[in-house]
Structures are given as structure tokens and as C-alpha cells.
Design a protein around this ligand. Structure first.
Ligand SMILES: Cc1cc2nc3c(=O)[nH]c(=O)nc-3n(C[C@H](O)[C@H](O)[C@H](O)COP(=O)(O)OP(=O)(O)OC[C@H]3O[C@@H](n4cnc5c(N)ncnc54)[C@H](O)[C@@H]3O)c2cc1C
Length: 472
């Protein structure tokens, strides 16, 4: 038997359309390896907020189930998944030595720790990095002068010229597996919450490649309506593929082609959103500390407020602004939040409460099942106005106006049930409702539901004043 080829899986837990899987399977017997490396993010994080980017709790729940699904897929083919824990730079070469492997194949990822892991492994053995995480390598989308883009639209126009991506590859028809290699037991990794177990609401998800395909199949019949439905939190109008894409259970080009085939020209707005995912990686690749450091450094001088009570109210969905509270409770319950509401809730934290955006970014990191350093830091910096391509700082999302404009009534009824009996006219701003209407709906402000913790006009003025001071 020839020397085994190691497939080093990272956040790309699938066999379909996976360049490393395909190359390894074509070259000889394979050994499938996943390393839980909590050390690399600690080593590579920088800046004042550097607590490291160890995978958050919600995503660990996802990872557990996703690894179980991949292991089952491999076992059905007569193989198995080797699980090891520790610094990937040490563990991958160690497993290669134990198995007598000649080559390690992996997909190229762009988080700073993923790049550092590759460098550490490549110093010790032959590592082959394959594409497959993005639509295009970040460094391949260049302006006419050969420079990198920092603004989405010109970048997207240039990427679009290289699209569509190649059609996705099926999983290899045959895989021969190498024997040997001890494995940890997944159950011993403690990825699932125990006391308290907050994951009850996560049952809406099915992690793993089959779950990703099922999620995609649910979206395809409504994909042509995406442009109209995507901003309406009360409607299931988006694909909800983000946690599957974040864990690489479906390739982005598989999502691209499925939606393009199903929706034709109407697919374009969706393809553009997939573009935002690549764009986020493009920014992170250029600014590896984008999760910690504002793209526009003047923002480091902004006088944020220290407000632990306000931060807790925001985290727990008790701000008194129904749309913000609905989003934050959806996030806590299910590990996911609608994109429109992410923008409103994030803006509320860093503008209405004037709390450092990095506190919100950290909370999202720990609670999102789709947590992705590139997308999360881009999202927060975009909302904050501190990124290289951002919404201007003085765009302060008006939570009540946004909630009414995007018809969030039923969304609020679902996630803030104490307001469920309010009419559409009152539900976005209960403090403005007639006392009689509140009584009829069983709402006592300050008792059954909080009063707003800050007034919109005063909060907006405070944020703009803090910003004006920075510009001086
Ligand atoms: C403050 C903030 C934080 C965010 N944090 C994350 C995060 O940690 N992980 C994450 O995947 N997305 C993040 N997003 C982007 C976006 O909210 C989610 O990708 C989207 O809500 C996922 O739902 P969906 O799969 O139904 O999206 P769809 O609307 O169906 O979009 C399809 C796919 O495109 C990608 N995508 C869509 N919008 C964006 C975007 N703005 N930036 C990057 N990729 C995008 C996602 O992979 C998504 O699955 C964040 C946005 C904001 C405003």
C-alpha cells in the first residue's frame, strides 16, 4: 500500500466539492483528521481586545454535531475521522509521522490563526493547500493597477467578471482508507453545553452536509423572491445557510450554482450576498486584526461608555426596544439572527448605548452558530462606521422606524411574547401606545416589559457628539 495522504479538515466538514478530499482520494489511501486547536487563536490575536478568538460556545455545539455527521459519512464509506486536540502545528506532523504519511492536504482558510497553522505545519512536512472556501482567492481579485480592493462595489464588479465559479465536484466515488491513528472520543471534547444546557432552541438546525442540502432545498423554491423578502424578519426569506457555510458543510460554489439554476436572473441579489462573504475574507486577508482594530484608526479615540447594565440589557433582550429585544432573544435561543435585525441591534449597541462595538462583536462571536471572524468583524465595523468600507457613522439606525418599515410585528410577537397582543400600530414602540391599548394587551411597561433604556433622540445626539469630538 502506498503512503497515506492526510486530509486535514478544518471548518470545511464535507466530502463534496472539497479540493483536499478529491486530491487525497485520487492519490492514494487517505486518513481523515480534524484537530481542535484552541491555542492558535490565542497566539495570533492582537490589540487591546485580544482575548483570543477561541471558537465560541454556540459554534462548539454546531461543531460537535457536524463532526459527528462527517464521521458517520466516512464510516459509511469504510473509513473514520481521527480527532485530536492541541496545537495543529504540532499535532498534524505528529499524526503524519504515526501514519507514515507523505503529504497533507487541506483547504486554504484566511483567518490569521488558520494562516499561522498552515505555516507551522508546512515547516515540518509537505502541505498542499487547495481552494474551496471562497469563490476566488482574495489576492486574485485585483484592480487595474494591480492593487487590492477595499470597497465592495468595484471589488464585486471585478469578481463578477471571473464568475460563475466552476461547477461543484461530487464526493469522490471511491475512497480507500489507511489504517491506524488513534483518535480522541468526540464526547470527551466537551463541546456541548451541560449545566445549564441552553441549546434547546438549537434543534431548529441540522448540522452536517445532509442538513446543509436540506436547508438549501427548502430555500430554492423561494429563492427568486429573495430580493423582496430578505429584509423582512417576519418572513423566512433568506437561505439560513450561514452556519453551514461557516462550517464548510456546503461549498459556496455549490450554493451559487443551485440558486442560479433555480432563480435565473432573479438570483443576482443572492449571489451578491455570497459575494459579501468573499469580500469579508478579502478585507480580513488585508487586515488580519480587523476583529480587534478599527479600519479607520481615528475611531480608537472615540469615547465609548462603560455601561455594564446597558450591555447586559442588550445581551438579554431587555432594552425596551421590541425589534432589538426580539433579535437578541432570537440569537440567544437559536444561535442565529436575521441580517436586517443584526444591523439594527448592532447599531443600537454602538450608537444608542455608545458601547464599544468590540463588546458586541464578542457577544455575537460566542452566541452565533454562524460565527465567522471575517463576516462578523466586517458587519460590526460596517455598522459602527469604523471600517474601510462602511456605512457613515452618522447613519444611526432608528429602531422604531426600521421595525415598522420592515413589518417586524410578527417577528416581535414570536420572540417577545409579552407584547404579542399589541396591534401592529403599537408593537414597534409600546411606550407611545394609548394606556388603554396597553391594558387591553396585558402590557405594563416597566413590569411586564421594560421602558426604553434610552431615548432615541437623546441617544442619537450623544453618539453624534462623541463622533464630532473624534473628528476634531
Ligand atoms: C453585525 C453583524 C455581524 C455579522 N456576523 C456574521 C457572522 O459572524 N457570520 C456570518 O456568516 N455572517 C455574519 N453577518 C452577515 C449576515 O447577517 C449573515 O451572513 C446572514 O444573516 C446569514 O443568514 P442567511 O444565511 O439566511 O443569509 P442569506 O441572506 O441567505 O445570504 C446567503 C449567504 O451569504 C453570506 N452573507 C450574507 N450577507 C453577508 C454579509 N453581510 N457579510 C458576509 N457574508 C454574508 C452568508 O454566508 C449567507 O449564508 C453579520 C452581519 C452583521 C450586520
Amino acid at each position: 500500500m502506498s503512503a497515506p495522504q492526510i486530509i486535514w479538515f478544518r471548518n470545511d466538514l464535507r466530502l463534496e466539492d472539497h479540493g483536499a478530499v478529491a486530491a487525497a482520494a485520487a492519490a492514494g489511501p487517505v486518513a481523515a483528521l480534524f484537530v481542535l486547536d484552541d491555542e492558535a487563536p490565542e497566539q495570533t490575536a492582537g490589540g487591546r481586545w485580544a482575548q483570543g478568538w477561541r471558537m465560541g460556545a454556540a459554534q462548539r455545539w454546531w461543531l460537535h454535531h457536524s463532526l459527528a455527521a462527517l464521521a458517520a459519512q466516512l464510516e459509511a464509506r469504510g473509513g473514520r475521522l481521527i480527532l485530536r486536540r492541541g496545537a495543529a502545528g504540532d499535532i498534524v506532523p505528529k499524526v503524519a509521522e504515526e501514519l507514515g504519511a507523505a503529504v497533507v492536504h487541506t483547504l486554504l482558510h484566511y483567518e490569521p490563526w488558520a494562516v499561522a497553522q498552515c505555516a507551522a505545519v508546512a515547516r515540518k512536512l509537505r502541505l498542499v493547500g487547495h481552494d474551496g472556501v471562497l469563490l476566488a482567492r482574495p489576492e486574485s481579485v485585483l484592480a487595474g493597477n494591480g492593487g487590492r480592493y477595499r470597497i465592495f462595489t468595484p471589488w464585486w464588479n471585478r469578481l463578477r467578471e471571473q464568475m460563475p465559479p466552476a461547477r461543484p465536484l461530487p464526493a469522490p466515488a471511491r475512497m480507500e482508507f489507511a489504517s491506524g491513528g488513534t483518535s480522541d472520543r468526540l464526547e470527551d471534547w466537551g463541546l456541548l453545553p451541560t449545566k445549564p444546557d441552553w441549546s434547546g432552541g438549537f434543534q431548529v438546525w441540522t448540522p452536517g452536509a445532509a442538513g446543509a442540502q436540506a436547508q438549501l432545498a427548502e430555500f430554492l423554491p423561494v429563492a427568486a423572491d429573495y430580493d423582496l423578502a430578505r429584509n423582512l424578519p417576519s418572513t423566512e426569506g433568506t437561505s439560513r445557510l450561514s452556519p453551514h457555510l461557516a462550517m464548510g458543510e456546503i461549498s459556496v460554489r455549490a450554493a451559487w450554482h443551485a440558486v442560479a439554476d433555480a432563480a435565473g436572473a432573479a438570483a443576482e441579489p443572492y449571489l451578491r450576498e455570497l459575494g459579501w462573504r468573499d469580500f469579508a475574507a478579502n478585507i480580513l486577508d488585508q487586515f488580519p486584526d480587523h476583529g480587534d482594530v478599527p479600519g479607520r484608526t481615528a475611531f480608537d479615540r472615540l469615547a465609548f461608555r462603560e455601561d455594564p447594565t446597558g450591555l447586559a440589557a442588550w445581551q438579554q433582550g431587555r432594552t425596551g426596544y421590541p425589534i432589538v429585544d426580539a433579535g437578541m432573544r432570537q440569537l440567544w435561543a437559536t444561535g442565529w439572527m436575521h441580517n436586517r435585525v443584526r444591523m439594527i441591534a448592532a447599531s443600537f449597541l454602538c450608537k444608542h448605548l455608545l458601547i464599544d462595538w468590540r463588546a458586541g462583536e464578542r457577544w455575537f462571536w460566542d452566541t452565533l452558530v454562524d460565527a465567522d471572524l471575517a463576516a462578523n468583524s466586517l458587519g460590526w465595523q460596517w455598522v459602527m462606521g469604523s471600517g474601510v468600507d462602511s456605512s457613515p457613522f452618522n447613519r444611526v439606525f432608528a429602531p422604531v422606524g426600521q421595525s415598522a418599515k420592515f413589518n417586524a410585528g410578527d417577528y416581535i410577537r414570536q420572540w417577545v411574547p409579552e407584547l404579542a397582543e399589541l396591534r401592529d400600530a403599537d408593537i414597534h414602540a409600546p411606550w407611545e401606545a394609548e394606556p388603554m391599548m396597553l391594558r387591553a394587551a396585558g402590557v405594563v411597561l416597566g413590569r411586564t416589559y421594560p421602558q426604553p433604556i434610552v431615548g432615541h433622540a437623546e441617544a442619537r445626539a450623544r453618539a453624534l457628539a462623541a463622533y464630532a469630538a473624534v473628528k476634531l
